[in-house]
Ligand binder design. Structure first.
Ligand SMILES: CC(C)(COP(=O)(O)OP(=O)(O)OC[C@H]1O[C@@H](n2cnc3c(N)ncnc32)[C@H](O)[C@@H]1OP(=O)(O)O)[C@@H](O)C(=O)NCCC(=O)NCCS
Length: 186
């Protein structure tokens, strides 16, 4: 690859990630959602199984995604290419929430997830003033996702052993977090 084509590929990546928007998901996004939800490469580290029918996607959008406390479709030119969620952690006195994200395989490696996570961090602590900590738990082998969190300013806190059941097997997860500006540290 010559210097110019390497440069234009880099510029293309920056352009694509800076063009993303976040918006609520709708039933009309079902075909776009099917692209990532039916892809084993995408679901490898996800707690849910790869979808095998459009009905599953319709059910998910109607019963989980639309009622979700904070779920946004990650879009390019208003087409959903993935989703990002912030889910409040329940429990008395909880001031934390958990981040999750997924992107269609075709769009990996262009800085899009990092950009989306940064956008969410800049919004969520303002939208939810009670929130002091945004955390994310990532499979130990999911290096791409760990890198996304590091690039977005999250701190790696440690490994949680046998923390979640992934497709029937207890797996180790890495805990990451970022604190809101007004959180007391230490
Ligand atoms: C994880 C995911 C969201 C990343 O999205 P993305 O848009 O490709 O991420 P970005 O391009 O912003 O950053 C990825 C970074 O990880 C790096 N990376 C990717 N695979 C890697 C690997 N196997 N080992 C080390 N680094 C890796 C990339 O090089 C890049 O870092 P860099 O910019 O320093 O080069 C995407 O791969 C995905 O949807 N995966 C399936 C669902 C999932 O795992 N979700 C997270 C659950 S916690």
């Amino acid at each position: 690859m010559d210097e110019n084509s390497a440069k234009s590929e880099g510029e293309e990546k920056v352009q694509e990630s800076s063009n993303i928007t976040l918006r609520p998901i709708a039933l009309s996004d079902v075909d776009d959602l099917m692209v990532w939800a039916t892809d084993d490469r995408v679901t490898k580290f996800c707690l849910w199984e790869t979808y095998t029918s459009k009905e599953q996607a319709v059910e998910y959008i109607k019963n989980q995604a639309i009622p979700h406390p904070w779920l946004r479709a990650v879009c390019i030119r208003n087409h959903a290419i993935g989703s990002i969620t912030v889910t409040p952690c329940s429990g008395y006195g909880s001031c934390r929430a958990e981040l999750g994200y997924v992107l269609a395989h075709k769009h990996w490696g262009k800085g899009i997830a990092t950009r989306a996570v940064k956008m969410v961090v800049s919004m969520i602590f303002k939208e939810w003033p009670h929130l002091k900590r945004l955390q994310a738990v990532v499979h130990v082998e999911n290096k791409g996702s760990q890198r996304v969190l590091e690039k977005a300013g999250f701190q790696r806190e440690g490994v949680l052993r046998s923390y979640e059941l992934l497709k029937g097997k207890a797996v180790d997860m890495v805990m990451f977090s970022i604190l809101g500006n007004n959180s007391s540290v230490g």
